[in-house]
Design a protein around this ligand. Structure first.
Ligand code: HEM
Length: 388
């Protein structure tokens, strides 16, 4: 999409797309303005003139989450789980996360010199971590994968719009049912996990969360960090393999350099390319009038390649500094899971670097993730030499 972004930044930085009936915003400063101004640019899809109320049971749950609420409700919802995603809280769990990554890689890395970065590490690792934090069985992870994939999927040509909507609804009901049982279970038997935190916030009169909000939060936490972190790890390996020299060698054993390189992956191949907002009042940008109720797409992936903000924006520079990318968004809705995603990427990649060298991408065509706003690949087979 990067050539298209570059063209749009020059010729139509703010433009209306009559087909999708949305405004597109491409430049860094404009994207940031949209993300920062909650009053004018609401995150709530229900503000849109063309919003259609979801019908089926369980369909609207994801709307009852912090991701789609403006302040002040947003802050109350986020406050329920905020503490669990702070870097210092997560630091205590780092050794355990390392064990999880280590087990996966011990199984995958061998004398045959082949692995699939997505299947063997980038998918199972984040999903196992979030399943443990939430307190749901990691053994259900195939089911979680279908859910996450379906939720971010774009309608395709080989399926009717109705069939696509049915499938989306089916998944939402399945998730609601699943977490309803989990919540009941935790009410009887609280533990040291996020489900228990959510159940406690939901309980009783004066509870901070409604039942719908509790379910929505479980679903959001399960799906928000999966496909995204999977693609961060896979995109990282892809960037490192394509870089000049042997970046794997340079980053091995150097956590600072690795951390900086991961930030550059977030900029250069942002797993989340776009976020959506709705104008709450008429607003003018670059001479265009966006009307109240119009939907707006803020193209993070384009902002992150804007040459007005980044020197040599189309070059992957693992030691880039400063690097004020918007890969995790900006402002009120700045990614709650950013510290977790960063930690997972650091731990997963450093465990991989410890075990392999001379990493090459296998000579097969890469299949892009089937989503309109997630950037990554379905699988990433690589060849390597095992380190001993
Ligand atoms: C919000 C990206 C990982 C949970 C966001 C937003 C972005 C983003 C761009 C802003 C949404 C908006 O402005 O409308 C990413 C990327 C990730 C990642 C690129 C991995 C590389 C995670 C993880 C979790 C998570 C691991 C948690 C388990 C959330 C939540 C929000 C959010 C709950 C909503 C925050 C709010 O509305 O206040 N993420 N995310 N994300 N993310 Fe992430």
């Amino acid at each position: 999409p990067f050539d298209w972004y570059a063209r749009m930044r020059e010729t139509a930085p703010v433009r209306y797309d009559p087909e999708r009936r949305t405004w597109d915003v491409f430049r860094y400063d404009d994207v940031k303005r949209v993300l920062d101004d909650d009053d004018v640019f609401s995150v709530d899809p229900r503000e849109a003139t063309d919003f259609v109320e979801p019908e089926g049971p369980g369909e609207g749950l994801i709307l009852d989450t912090m991701l789609f609420e403006d302040p002040p409700r947003h802050d109350e919802l986020r406050g329920v789980v905020d503490e669990w995603f702070q870097p210092r809280t997560l630091a205590d769990r780092e050794p355990h996360f390392r064990e999880l990554a280590s087990e996966l890689l011990d199984d995958a890395v061998g004398a045959d010199g082949r692995l699939d970065v997505v299947e063997d590490l980038a998918y199972p690792f984040p999903v196992t971590v979030i399943a443990e934090l939430l307190g749901v069985p990691a053994s259900d992870r195939d089911r979680f994968k279908t859910w996450s994939n379906t939720l971010v999927e774009a309608a395709s040509d080989d399926e009717s719009a109705d069939a696509f909507a049915d499938r989306q609804q089916q998944i939402q009901m399945e998730m609601a049912q699943y977490f309803l049982e989990m919540i009941e279970d935790r009410r009887e038997d609280p533990r040291d996990d996020l489900l228990s935190v959510i159940v406690t916030a939901e309980s009783g009169a004066g509870g901070r969360l409604s039942r719908e909000e509790a379910l929505g939060m479980c679903i959001l936490l399960l799906v928000a960090g999966n496909i995204t972190t999977t693609n961060l790890i896979a995109n990282a390996v892809r960037c490192f393999a394509e870089a000049d020299g042997d970046l794997f060698d340079e980053l091995r054993g150097d956590d600072r350099a690795l951390t900086s390189a991961v930030e550059e992956v977030l900029r250069y191949r942002s797993p989340v390319q776009a976020m959506s907002r709705v104008a709450t009042e008429d607003v003018t940008m670059r001479g265009e009038t966006i009307e109240a109720g119009d939907r707006i797409i803020a193209w993070l992936g384009s902002a992150n390649r804007d040459e007005r903000q980044f020197e040599a924006a189309d070059a992957f520079r693992p030691d880039r500094s400063p690097n004020q990318h918007v890969g995790f968004g900006h402002g009120t809705h700045y990614c709650l899971g950013a510290p977790l995603a960063r930690l997972e990427a650091k731990v997963g990649l450093s465990e991989l670097l410890d075990r392999v060298e001379n990493v090459r991408l296998a000579d097969v065509p890469l299949q892009p993730t089937r989503s309109s706003f997630i950037y990554g690949v379905e699988s990433l087979p690589v060849r390597y030499d095992e380190r001993r």
